[in-house]
Write a protein that binds this ligand. Structure first.
Ligand code: URA
Length: 208
């Protein structure tokens, strides 16, 4: 498994703004989208292209076209929806596969309550979207679901990741790569990432 911390001044700057305690909902939403766009740029930089001849304004011209696997983005409900626009700005043709989990408060295990995947998952690269990679429980469950659907190339895009979550996913799914703006210090006793962003879902949806 590889963890790519996208080291770019724009990403570092926007992440700094996202961490401000009194950021408005609209600013948080806009910045989350902008950072997700920049992370997508990195997460897709090894896609292969093939030459194609088209008719340009002055006659034939050789261009390049992305080859092979098509992409599906997989926002995890609900906070993952906050990264979707930025990713789709970069990959407008991507199909969207939505998954939802809640946590069983007795077993603490993620329980799937919604799944709607794109067709032909085994021919697609999956880009999982969640602002926060915290304990890794939901991410692990999502990866298992995608693998059962035939996906063989899976990447995750997160604004911020915790070392605990990375370790858990790495142990279970070493073939999955992670793209993030930051690997933070760790989790607090309630499973929040420190210094983190707080509750990213509440901040994106303005529910706090
Ligand atoms: N989910 C969040 O929204 N924030 C965290 O810090 C951890 C999980």
């Amino acid at each position: 498994m590889a963890v790519f911390v996208v080291d770019h001044p724009l990403v570092r700057h926007k992440l700094g703004l996202l961490r401000k305690h009194d950021l408005s909902t609209s600013s948080f939403r806009a910045l989350a989208s902008e950072v997700s766009l920049l992370l997508t740029y990195e997460a897709t930089k090894d896609l292969t292209t093939e030459p194609k001849t088209i008719r340009g304004w002055a006659g034939k011209v050789e261009v390049e076209e992305i080859k092979g696997k098509k992409i599906t983005v997989v926002p995890i409900l609900r906070a993952g929806l906050g990264l979707m626009d930025g990713v789709l700005d970069m990959i407008p043709g991507a199909k969207v596969s939505v998954v939802g989990f809640y946590r069983n408060e007795e077993t603490l295990q993620p329980v799937q309550y919604y799944v709607k995947l794109a067709k032909h998952m085994k021919h697609r690269m999956a880009l999982i979207l969640d602002p926060m990679l915290a304990t890794g429980g939901t991410l692990t469950a999502t990866i298992e679901l995608l693998k059962q659907a035939g996906c063989t190339q899976i990447r995750g895009i997160f604004l911020v990741a915790a070392p605990e979550g990375i370790a858990r996913v790495e142990a279970a799914h070493p073939d999955v790569d992670i793209y993030t703006a930051s690997v933070d210090d760790g989790l607090d006793e309630n499973g929040y990432i420190l210094p983190g962003l707080g509750d990213a879902g509440d901040k994106i949806f303005g529910t706090k």
